[in-house]
Design a protein around this ligand. Structure first.
Ligand code: CMP
Length: 144
């Protein structure tokens, strides 16, 4: 089924000059980038995006990290994109993520796991709406 997922490269990716290298993985797989925004996330957006973790012990660290420097927010589209992107991204804990996945290849630390990707259609819808207006999502044909 054609799906859109919300994907966000976290602050240390731009700081480490890894945005292009990681973006390439989605393009090479055949997924379609339909929206993209480099932004400094503020505290209220961070708390809303990560609302489901509000009671977790790591919540404050998560919010302060995600607001510390710009993140790259994206909408990526493709056939079964949500689960496919989770596969490309790898396990939440980078030490458990398989080599060949983004987290497996670029991260060591749970709190600095490089990238966020929606885990289900409902969260994708919610997260996309939080970061993008409808008219910021592009509709275009790919060429081979
Ligand atoms: P993400 O996929 O963005 O969703 C929630 C984030 O919380 C997760 O990636 C991790 O970066 C972070 N996180 C989850 N569990 C822990 C933990 N035990 N300690 C620190 N950070 C965590």
């Amino acid at each position: 089924m054609m799906e859109q997922s919300f994907v966000m490269m976290k602050p240390d990716v731009a700081q480490r000059r890894l945005l292009g290298k990681i973006l390439t993985r989605f393009e090479e797989k055949g997924l379609q980038l339909v929206a993209m925004k480099l932004l400094q996330i503020d505290e209220s957006l961070a708390k809303e995006h990560y609302g489901e973790h509000a009671e977790k012990p790591f919540f404050n660290d998560l919010v302060s990290y995600i607001t510390s420097s710009p993140s790259l927010a994206m909408v990526i589209k493709g056939d079964d994109a949500i689960s496919l992107i989770r596969k490309i991204v790898g396990a939440t804990n980078p030490k458990e993520a398989d080599l060949g996945t983004i987290r497996g290849d670029f991260a060591m630390d749970m709190g600095r796991n490089v990238i966020h990707a929606s885990d289900a259609p409902e969260s994708a819808k919610r997260e996309i709406a939080l970061f993008f207006d409808d008219d910021e999502i592009c509709d275009y044909q790919m060429v081979d």
